[in-house]
Design a protein around this ligand. Structure first.
Ligand code: ADP
Ligand code: ZN
Length: 730
């Protein structure tokens, strides 16, 4: 058994954030340290962050072992968190130092002084009121009771810090010590929520019971957009706060947070703590610390909030649980939804997965009896899922270079005349996905990737959507040199805007595409403008599929419903089904009934038919049967291994060698496919080769993978990434 406390001089094993494959031994510092303590340790000439992970091994010359520099002012990492990081590391085959980095993503954790000086208005009048002094006092008066740091105050007043110091000496400005990181204001779970409809109230009560049980459990909360999922799970949050435990709400997108924060504030009287890339560094550190002290009751955050050091996490809500952005693809490859379930199970906490269109994984877990399912059947208010139908593009008469069918055009005209809004959905940014030379047939590609460059007229450039490389549109074909023959092929949203302007010259049009807005604020303004009726026709990419509320929108026209069905992706059907239903769900949120029209060349395709009929259970059963038959997730295990290097020979050589020496995988009955060029065979100048490993659901795939990969020595420039349960195949 490991002791929980180490006295000065005892050996401790420290996990650091440095890429080493073992714990390092140190002597406990003066005053000793707790197991789990965050510490600063010397490593060569540097000082690095670490956590006391256990007793030291003492395998080295004891006289050479150095002491921990100091214990940081932070709550020690709890056993639950240490277990959690270990389990994620094992599951995703991630080295522990990388896990620790993920769990300490806040700046200045090691900063010693936990107090800082702040400045407020004092009682005395200054002896001599110079212009500079007057400005300082004016700033302090303007901001009422707010306190400033020295630097902030000097800057706000446009004076040197000595001016402020002078005023302090005279008592005109007060200098005070305050804790650097302050607790978050208390939330009140007992403020009145909305009065819930019957099915909402019943679901809320079941979730509350789960929270009260103090045990682990996962619930899938399904209901179309607007059915009140958020209202319902906020009641679970309220119960969690009443129990004195902490709650975490994960959201897929920063863009959603602001509207959401206001709702939380309305429900609980105060805003929650926030954790996402838009939060300042100071605020991040405050959040990290306060969460650890239990001085933040509720965190609303992006996926990495899952690694905050909660003191007692009682509830995790994963909103839009099907969203692919929960799958982190860089660095540590993990799925935040699955890891949320893991963390909750280690801490006797509840999980609520909310979605209008759950993932097949969650659906299957409900089928298997692992998750409970609650369904909100009616939209709050009255409206229902819009009427959905196909426009058969094989019989529509659409001129070349145009994509809006006469049927869709008529429907849009009809809505515009009634003063209602239409959404034209096309999940393609830019002007045209392909630029073709009409003289030689050449298509302009990226110099660094195996991808075509996408024309962005708004930017007046060609852009690679893989690596972000841009270049001006050339006058002559880079291949044959003929001038004036380059032509755009296919539509992007910018090109749709041109067509809409030509077809509906009277209408006001807004294009919503992530790259057309310089800032989150500009996007928010555009969204607010639409909600207020400032536009007739919206042209949008999947940006619009996410939770924005447009009360006047009653028609959704999908330009190319077949788009997502192409390609070899395991989840193509699932994704298309979900995306189409989400987009359609934008129409008719309020009292006005909505309609969705899907332009398609294959109206008999089973996925298109399932979308139109809205037979969700039917779709999932068929999809589940197909995946079961193929032995793929969620009914089998898969891992994607991507080798990449600037040297094409090296990746293929290693890939072939790996495919030959598969004894560790064979032992667990796993199959290996490849090596094959990855679907995108080159990104940023690195050649990519892919192997796929497939195994039974119960097979111990991680250990086998680790042993298999461990056999090979990687050339210096070659990178190997392992993706367990891959979501995308690129
Ligand atoms: P979802 O999360 O399923 O999309 P929301 O919880 O956001 O649904 O609810 C949609 C809208 O309806 C929100 O504006 C919400 O405040 C409102 N709403 C939902 N349920 C109620 C209720 N019982 N009383 C009043 N308003 C409600
Ligand atoms: Zn590129």
């Amino acid at each position: 058994m490991t002791a929980d406390f180490f006295h000065e001089g005892q050996l401790v094993g420290v996990l650091t954030t440095q890429p080493l494959d073992r714990l390092l031994d140190y002597k406990a510092p003066e005053g000793g340290c707790w197991l789990g303590a965050f510490v600063e340790v010397p490593l060569g000439p540097r000082k690095v962050l670490g956590v006391v992970w256990g007793a030291g091994q003492g395998n080295f010359d004891l006289s050479k072992i150095r002491s921990v520099n100091r214990v940081l002012e932070a709550a020690p990492m709890r056993e639950e968190m240490r277990n959690f990081l270990g389990r994620v590391a094992d599951y995703t085959l991630t080295p522990m130092p990388a896990m620790l980095r993920l769990a300490t993503r806040a700046p200045g954790l090691g900063d010693a002084p936990s107090m800082r000086k702040v400045y407020r208005l004092g009682d005395a009048a200054p002896e001599r009121l110079t212009e500079a002094r007057a400005r300082v006092l004016e700033v302090l008066r303007d901001y009422g009771g707010l306190s400033f740091t020295l630097g902030e105050l000097a800057e706000a007043a446009g004076v040197g810090t000595s001016v402020v110091k002078g005023l302090v000496t005279q008592g005109a400005v007060r200098e005070e010590d305050t804790p650097r990181d302050t607790p978050y204001p208390a939330l009140d779970p007992d403020l009145a929520g909305k009065s819930l409809a019957d099915d909402q109230a019943a679901s809320a009560e079941i979730l509350r019971e789960g929270v009260r049980s103090g045990r682990y459990g996962t619930t899938l909360l399904q209901g179309v957009t607007g059915s009140g999922k958020t209202e319902v799970y906020l009641e679970a949050v309220a119960e969690c706060l009443r129990q004195g435990r902490q709650a975490l709400v994960l959201l897929p997108e920063i863009a959603l947070t602001n509207e959401f924060i206001h709702r939380v504030e309305a429900r609980f009287g105060m805003p929650p703590a926030e954790w996402h890339s838009g939060v300042t560094l100071t605020e991040r550190r405050r959040c990290w610390r306060m969460v650890g002290q239990g001085a933040a009751q509720l965190v609303v955050g992006a996926r990495s909030a899952l690694y905050l050091p909660f003191r007692d996490l009682g509830l995790i809500v994963v909103d839009e649980e099907h969203d692919t952005s929960y799958k982190q693809e860089d660095g540590v490859v993990y799925n935040a939804r699955d890891m949320a379930v893991l963390r909750a199970s280690l801490n006797e906490a509840q999980v609520v997965l909310a979605s209008a269109t759950p993932s097949l994984e969650s659906w299957a877990n409900v089928e298997a009896g692992k998750y409970r399912k609650l369904e909100l059947t009616s939209r709050f208010g009255a409206a229902v899922m819009p009427k959905m139908s196909a426009i058969d593009m094989r019989v529509e008469d659409v001129p070349s270079g145009r994509w809006i069918s006469p049927s869709l055009q008529a429907a849009i005209n009809d809505r515009t005349q009634k003063g209602e809004q239409s959404l034209i959905f096309l999940n393609r940014r830019g002007y045209a996905p392909v630029t073709l030379c009409r003289a030689c047939g050449h298509q302009i590609g990226c110099d660094h990737c195996d991808a075509r460059m996408v024309e962005h007229r708004f930017l007046k450039r060609l852009v690679c959507h893989q690596c972000g490389e841009t270049k001006p549109m050339p006058a002559a074909c880079p291949s044959c040199g003929v001038e004036g023959k380059l032509a755009p092929v296919g539509p992007g949203v910018e090109r749709m805007a041109e067509e809409v302007a030509a077809v509906f010259p009277e209408s006001r049009v807004t294009v919503l595409s992530s790259d057309l807005f310089g800032s989150a604020r500009a996007l928010k303004e555009a969204i607010a403008n639409i909600a207020e009726g400032g536009t007739d026709i919206i042209i949008g990419t999947q940006l619009v599929a996410k939770g924005h509320n447009f009360p006047l929108l009653t028609l959704v026209g999908v330009i190319d419903a077949d788009l997502g069905l192409q390609g070899s992706d395991l989840r193509a059907a699932e994704r298309t089904f979900q995306l189409m239903r989400q987009v359609a769900g934008r129409a008719g949120r309020a009292e006005t009934p909505g309609e969705a029209l899907l332009q398609t060349y294959q109206p008999e395709h089973p996925v298109i038919r399932a979308i139109l009929s809205g037979d969700e259970e039917g779709f999932w059963s068929a999809e589940a049967a197909a995946r079961k038959a193929a032995g793929v997730p969620p009914y089998g295990r898969m891992a994607g291994i991507v080798l990449s290097s600037p040297n094409v020979q090296e990746v293929f050589d290693l890939g072939s060698e790996m495919a030959r020496r598969i004894e560790p995988l064979r032992r667990i009955g796993a199959e290996v496919y490849g090596p094959a060029p990855a679907p995108i065979a080159r990104i940023r100048g690195r050649h990519r080769v892919r192997l796929l490993v497939k195994a039974d659901k119960a097979a111990p795939i991680q250990a086998a993978l680790a042993e298999w990969v461990g056999q090979f020595k990687l050339p210096t420039n070659l990178r190997l990434t392992i993706d367990i349960d891959p979501q995308s195949f690129y």
